[in-house]
Design a protein around this ligand. Structure first.
Ligand code: PXG
Length: 481
C-alpha cells in the first residue's frame, strides 16, 4: 500500500532550515572548479552543484542551506557511534598535543598503536594475535595481497599466487583493491584486474537462486569456488577473499549455508581465507566481526571505517595464527609499510571509539534491539507497490525497486536497465530528509548503530513517503510500462 496517509506536517520538522551562514553558491563554484570527487561524473555534478555538508549530530546531518537529513548510510558505512561525540574530539586533541605523529619503522612504536593492537586482538575471533595498521580499507587489502604472496613464499610454495574473489565485490580503489573487487565498471577503465586475480559469481539468491531453496543455493554458490580452484589447479591457489555481506554491491546477504561451505572448501585445498570486514566489522551485523556470525574462521581480516567511526582515517589487517607464525617466526623482514601505519592520532580515535561502543553496548544493541527493529520496520516496505523484496541483517538493509511485483523475488519485473530509477529515488530521499544509497535499482541503508528504535521508525516512514514520491514520479515519466 502506498502511504498517502502520511501527513505533511509529520515530515516537516526534519526539513527545518536554520541559517548557518555559508555561501553555498560560492562553495559549489569553487568545488566544481578545483575538487575532483571520488566516483563522480564531474560534468553532471557541475550542472547540479554539490550538496555542501557542514555539520553532524547523532544520526543527523545538516547541509550549508540548513537542511537536516537522517544519515541512513553512517557517512559511508562508518560513523557507527554517530556524529558530534565530544569524547572523540577530546581523545584526538589530547593525542595531537602529546605526539601528533611518529612512525613505527626502525624499531619504534607509540602508545595508542600498541594499546589499539592489544584491544583489537581482544575483540577479534580466537587465533588472532597480531595487527598491521594502514590508512584505509584499500591499503588493508593491498597489504593482504602482499602478505598472502609472502606467506606462500615463506612456506615454500611460491607458485600459489592466484587469489579468488567475486563479481560485484568491493575491496577498494587502489590497483590491488579494484582488482580484487568485482566491479566491471572499474575494471573497464584500464588494465584491471592485475594478473593472478580471478572472480567467481556472487551468492545472490535473488539473482541466481530461482528454483532452489536458499540453503541449496548457498551450497551451489560456494561450489563455484571449488570449481574455480580445480580449474586453476589447487597448487596454484593462494587465497579466497569475500565480504561477509557485500556492502557496496548492494547489501547482498548470502544464505546461511554459504560461508560454512566456503570454509570447508578452503580447508580442503589449504587455501587461505580472507574476510573483508571493512563494512561488516565493528558491529554492523551484531558481532564485532561479520565472519563470527557467518560461521567462517578466516586467516586474515581487513578492517577500516567503523574502527574509528570514520572520525579519522584508519584501516588494518588482523593476522591469524597461521600467517602470523610464518611472518613473525620464519619470515624475517617483511618489506611493506606506510608512513601512517599505526598513526598515533588515528589509533587514539579508534581506542575512544571502541570504548564508546563497549560502554554503550552498541554491538549487543544491534542483536537485541536495533537489528530486530530495523528488520521488522524495513520489512514492511516490501508491501509497497514499487518494492520487489526487502531484506536486512543487523543494521544494514536493502530493497529492490521493481516495475511489477511477483509472487516471489524471482518473479518480479525489473525496470529496464539504464532508466536510473534508483537515482530518481535517491534524489527524492535526499530532498526529503533521508540519505539512502542507490546501487542500480537497489536502495540500501546502513545507519549509525546509535540509531534508536524511534529513529528507525522515523527513517522508515520517511523512506516509505519517498517511495510514494518515486512511484508518482516514475508513473509520470511513463516508466511503469
Ligand atoms: N573493502 C570493503 C568491503 C569496502 O566496503 C573498502 C574495502 C575500501 O576502503 P577505503 O577505506 O579504501 O575506501 C571498502 C570501501 C559505497 C562505497 O558506495 C563503499 C566503500 C567505499 C566507497 C563507496 O558503498 N567501501
Amino acid at each position: 500500500m502506498a502511504s498517502d496517509t502520511i501527513a505533511g506536517d509529520m515530515l516537516a520538522p526534519i526539513l527545518e532550515v536554520d541559517t548557518p551562514g555559508f555561501d553555498t553558491r560560492a562553495l559549489q563554484e569553487l568545488d566544481s572548479a578545483h575538487y575532483l570527487h571520488p566516483f563522480t561524473d564531474h560534468g553532471a555534478l557541475r550542472e547540479r552543484g554539490a550538496r555542501v555538508m557542514v555539520r553532524g549530530d547523532g544520526i543527523y546531518l545538516w547541509d550549508s542551506e540548513g537542511h537536516k537529513v537522517i544519515d541512513g548510510m553512517s557517512g559511508l558505512w562508518c560513523v557507527n557511534v554517530g556524529y558530534g561525540r565530544a569524547s572523540m574530539t577530546a581523545a584526538v586533541a589530547r593525542q595531537m598535543d602529546l605526539l601528533p605523529f611518529y612512525n613505527s619503522f626502525f624499531n619504534t612504536t607509540n602508545v595508542p598503536a600498541v594499546m589499539l593492537a592489544a584491544q583489537l586482538v581482544e575483540l577479534a575471533p580466537p587465533g588472532f594475535k597480531h595487527v598491521f595498521f594502514t590508512g584505509s580499507g584499500s591499503e588493508a587489502n593491498d597489504t593482504i595481497i602482499r602478505m598472502v604472496w609472502r606467506y606462500w613464499q615463506i612456506m615454500g610454495q611460491p607458485q600459489r599466487q592466484a587469489i579468488i574473489s567475486r563479481r560485484n565485490a568491493y575491496h577498494g580503489s587502489t590497483v590491488a583493491g579494484a582488482s580484487l573487487g568485482g566491479m566491471a565498471g572499474m575494471h573497464a577503465q584500464g588494465a584491471l584486474p592485475i594478473p593472478g586475480i580471478h572472480h567467481i559469481d556472487q551468492p545472490s539468491f535473488a539473482e541466481h537462486g530461482r528454483g532452489m531453496s536458499e540453503a541449496e543455493f548457498g551450497l551451489r554458490a560456494a561450489g563455484w569456488l571449488e570449481e574455480k580452484i580445480l580449474e586453476l589447479g589447487p597448487e596454484k591457489v593462494a587465497a579466497f577473499i569475500g565480504e561477509p555481506v557485500q556492502g557496496a554491491g548492494g547489501v547482498i546477504i548470502p544464505p546461511p549455508t554459504y560461508w560454512p561451505e566456503i570454509q570447508r572448501i578452503c580447508d580442503k585445498y589449504g587455501v587461505l581465507l580472507v574476510s573483508d570486514e571493512v563494512i561488516c566489522g565493528f558491529g554492523r551485523l551484531g558481532t564485532w566481526f561479520g565472519c563470527q556470525l557467518m560461521g567462517a574462521r578466516p586467516d586474515l581480516i581487513a578492517f577500516a571505517k567503523g574502527v574509528t567511526s570514520g572520525y579519522v582515517p584508519l584501516g588494518g589487517v588482523l593476522v591469524g595464527a597461521r600467517v602470523a607464525h610464518a611472518l613473525v617466526e620464519k619470515g624475517g623482514d617483511f618489506n611493506h609499510g606506510f608512513t601512517y601505519s599505526g598513526h598515533p592520532v588515528a589509533c587514539a580515535a579508534a581506542l575512544e571509539n571502541l570504548r564508546i561502543m563497549i560502554d554503550e553496548g552498541l554491538v549487543e544493541r544491534v542483536v537485541l534491539e536495533t537489528g530486530p527493529h530495523l528488520k521488522a520496520a524495513f520489512g514492511t516496505l516490501a508491501a509497497h507497490p514499487l518494492v520487489g523484496h526487502a531484506e536486512s541483517m543487523g543494521m544494514t538493509a536493502g530493497l529492490n525497486l521493481v516495475r511489477r511485483k511477483g509472487a516471489s523475488m524471482h518473479d518480479c519485473e525489473a525496470f529496464p536497465s539504464g532508466l536510473g530509477v534508483g537515482m530518481v529515488c535517491r534524489a527524492h530521499m535526499f530532498d526529503n530528509g533521508v540519505i539512502m544509497r542507490a546501487v542500480g535499482d537497489r536502495m540500501i541503508v546502513a545507519p549509525p548503530l546509535v540509531m534508536t528504535t524511534g529513529q528507525i521508525d522515523e527513517m522508515v516512514e520517511r523512506i516509505r513517503y519517498c517511495l510514494d514520491l518515486t512511484l508518482k514520479d516514475v508513473q509520470q515519466r511513463g516508466w511503469m510500462g
